[in-house]
Design a protein around this ligand. Structure first.
Ligand SMILES: *Cc1c(COP(=O)(O)O)cnc(C)c1O
Length: 755
């Protein structure tokens, strides 16, 4: 008994049934803190710091209750007093401390590291408003600050503070922490978020994401990824990055010394995993601290740091590989710029005739990935295909120098959040069929025994149906959106980017709209759901959002089509929305242009929740297809080899494809009178022009194959027994994608921590 009723009386002087959701949330937060106080921490000599610009942790209440093992008990006690845990959850603000997959990965890794009992913390920044909150107005994306810091909060203020020396001033940081509770109370780790006391939301211009970019003392930790389309914004990004890594480095050194390090042996005490290149300045910062604070020679410092830092690469998109002009770094942190120049000199001396691997190029631009590869000891990609592409093309010059540094760590997701917390009905089904060992050792293959059991297949179908109803109720209650729970739920949720090809699915929607107008009525109605934010400065991505919202309105207002096809774009897609959407999905859209999606983790969440995947051979989709077999996934499209070749030979011809008669009328519908009557001319014409003249991410190359495949998928859906059997195989084979497996591999190959 948790005696929540008694606690409510004591704390609020009222009965649970009369307490507000907000009050109950506070009560449960206190309960978690009380219970977690007794949890052990791992005090091993060696400690891992996962340094990341993003931690997309989602709401914490349910996950913490679950990991403490009291979720069901809390739910039942609340229900007895007429309260729903789902509604209490809605009182919690979701921190938007991340942007997409990279940030969510960091959050799953924290959960797995603690659950495996390893000594490892996350380190990042405490952005007061996170990424922007997305709102739709006139079928366009708009931006609001996303406040999440109101009390009660999971964030604890500490006394820890460090001095960060910028060129023009120094700042004193303040450390905040969020506890990370391992499953079954295994280990308690921390997410450590640095902040500045002087930062103030008061400088934000009225409910927008605009503020004085030069006022570093007040703006430094306001937003994740502030607009960097001008010089001030660019400098602010460097201020943020240097502030983050200087704090992370000072913290790691201080704690190593407390555990007995004499600094010369730092690599025995500290491993720093950097999540993409945003934290790569930690390399020159560690060297600076060793040289100036600990009197170690430059050469020895470089050797020490080479054994401390490991780098995870997340992208092969050229525009996403970070580069900074050296004079900008000089302006923000001159000592760091000087160290980077010395590091560059070392490399130029060693590889004078290999400019592709130099740290500073001929335009005086610093390549962050190059620092991380030369001066770290490990470089990993995030899926088998991605790592191969790094070795063979993007980072070929480095692979030739350091073949032993390169390794693959296929991403994973924590099943505690993405199955146990988000899909209780499926969790119960699996527990009944194969027991509960999978909660910590995610092997679900025994479920395959159920494939020929009609009763089990029936049960799975009912679970999917219930999750659709649950989604419909959630959207009705929180977003005023109505969907048909008896329709096929077909979902494309992720950041809006041309390479993820939301526009290709939109062209399919146009195809389907026209087919229905021509009298080809689908047997079961179809609901296509999008979600995702676009970067503010990414014009074509805004245009794609506009196209989808405009199509959605056109279809909703057309009585010939709306009973059979609905298109919804869920506002402000985040972890909380994902937890409702994914369990309800019949179809998972993973249709990126082959070679462009490093791994994807959304694909894994859907598979685990029994959706069938429509996929290109990209990222971890390749590994999903290998695991489930071609008969249990719908793959299509050009191979990554072919796409890489097209780019190399500059041989892609969008215009040629556009003049195919099956394609032209679909693309031209973007600028049809019907659509322009609702939408904005400028957005629609710009997108149309871009697709027919450039289409850099090749939406047209796979379109015909995609349309044919989608028709096949919807037809297959009609045989519910076969469909659900395929879904079962997907669930049963998803064990490989547990982030516990990923973290075990990081630990075995890179971190080498004791548990
Ligand atoms: C998992 C997740 C992502 C990553 O999705 P991809 O399909 O892998 O790009 C992005 N945002 C949220 C909120 C997520 O939960």
């Amino acid at each position: 008994m948790l005696n929540l009723e008694e606690k409510a009386k004591k704390q609020f002087n009222k009965s649970l049934k009369d307490a507000s959701e907000q009050e109950i949330y506070k009560l449960l937060l206190d309960l978690v803190e009380e219970k977690s106080a007794a949890m052990p921490t791992n005090e091993s000599k060696r400690k891992m710091y996962y340094v990341s610009s993003e931690f997309l942790i989602g709401k914490l209440l349910s996950n913490n209750l679950l990991n403490l093992g009291i979720y069901d008990e809390v739910k039942e006690e609340l229900a007895k007093h007429g309260k729903s845990i789902e509604e209490v959850e809605e009182a919690e603000q979701e921190p938007s401390l991340g942007n997409g997959g990279l940030g969510r990965l960091a959050a799953c890794f924290l959960d797995s590291t603690a659950t495996l009992g390893l000594n490892g913390d996350g380190v990042g920044l405490n952005y007061h408003f996170g990424l922007f909150r997305q709102v739709f107005e006139n079928n366009q994306q708009n931006y609001r600050p996303d406040a999440w810091l109101a009390e009660p909060t999971w964030l604890n203020k500490t006394d820890t503070s460090f001095t960060v020396p910028f060129g023009k001033f120094t700042l004193e940081s303040k450390l905040y922490e969020i506890e990370v509770l391992g499953y079954q109370q295994k280990t308690k780790n921390k997410l450590r978020l640095f902040d500045l006391e002087s930062v103030s939301g008061d400088i934000i211009k009225e409910d927008s994401i605009h503020f004085d970019k030069e006022n570093i003392k007040e703006n430094l930790t306001l937003f994740l990824y502030p607009d960097d389309s001008d010089r001030q914004g660019y400098l602010l990004r460097i201020y943020q990055q240097y502030f983050m890594v200087s704090n992370a480095a000072q913290l790691a050194i201080q704690e190593a010394v407390e555990r007995g390090s004499n600094i010369h042996d730092l690599a025995e005490y500290v491993i720093i995993q950097i999540n993409d290149t945003h934290p790569a300045f930690i390399i020159p910062e560690l060297i600076r601290l060793l040289v100036y604070k600990h009197d170690i020679s430059f050469d020895e410092s470089v050797e020490i740091v080479k054994n401390v830092v490991a780098f995870t690469n997340h992208t092969i998109l050229a525009e996403a590989l970070e580069k900074w002009p050296i004079d900008y770094i000089q302006e923000v942190a001159p000592e760091i710029a000087a160290i980077i120049q010395r590091l560059d000199a070392l490399i130029k001396e060693e590889y004078p005739h290999n400019p592709a691997v130099h740290v500073i190029d001929g335009h005086q631009t610093v390549h962050m990935a190059h620092i991380a590869i030369h001066f770290g000891f490990s470089v990993n990609g995030v899926s088998a295909l991605h790592t191969e592409i790094l070795k063979e093309t993007e980072l070929k010059n480095f692979y030739e120098i350091y073949p032993n540094k390169f390794n693959n760590k296929t991403n994973g997701i924590t099943f505690r959040r993405w199955l146990m917390a988000s899909n209780p009905m499926l969790t119960e089904f699996i527990d009944q069929k194969i027991g509960t060992n999978w909660h910590q050792d995610a092997d679900l293959t025994k479920l395959l025994d159920e494939a020929n059991d009609e009763q089990s297949i029936q049960e799975l179908q009912e679970i999917k149906q219930s999750n659709k109803v649950r989604l419909a109720n959630h959207l009705e209650r929180t977003k005023d959106v109505s969907i048909n729970p008896n329709s096929i739920i077909d979902i494309h949720i992720k950041r809006i980017h041309e390479y993820k090809r939301q526009q290709m699915l939109a062209l399919y929607i146009i195809y389907k709209y026209k087919a229905i107008k021509d009298g080809h009525i689908p047997e079961t109605p179809i609901t296509i759901i999008y979600g995702g934010k676009a970067a503010p400065a990414y014009t074509i991505a805004q245009d794609i959002i506009h196209l989808i919202l405009t199509l959605s309105e056109l279809i909703a207002n057309d009585p010939d089509v709306s009973p059979h096809l609905q298109v919804e774009f869920i506002e402000n897609y985040n972890v909380g929305e994902a937890e409702y959407l994914i369990p309800a999905a019949d179809i998972s859209e993973q249709i990126s242009l082959a070679s462009k999606e490093a791994s994807g983790t959304g694909n894994m969440k859907f598979m685990l929740n029994g959706a069938l995947t429509v996929a290109t051979y990209d990222g971890a989709n390749v590994e999903i297809a290998e695991l489930v077999g071609e008969e249990n996934i719908y793959t299509f499209g050009k191979s990554s080899d072919e796409i890489v070749r097209l780019y190399e030979e500059d041989a892609y011809d969008a215009e040629g494809l556009y003049y195919n008669e099956k394609i032209k009328h679909l693309v031209d519908f973007i600028i049809s009178d019907e659509l322009k009557a609702i939408g904005n001319q400028e957005n629609l014409h710009r997108l149309h022009h871009d697709i027919i003249s450039k289409d850099y991410f090749m939406a047209l190359i796979d379109l015909e194959e995609f349309i044919n495949l989608k028709e096949e998928v919807y037809e297959d859906y009609e045989n519910q027994e076969d469909w659900t059997r395929k879904a079962l195989v997907n669930i049963a084979k998803a064990g490989f994608f547990s982030s516990d497996r990923t973290i075990e591999q990081y630990n075995d190959d890179i971190w080498k921590l004791e548990n």
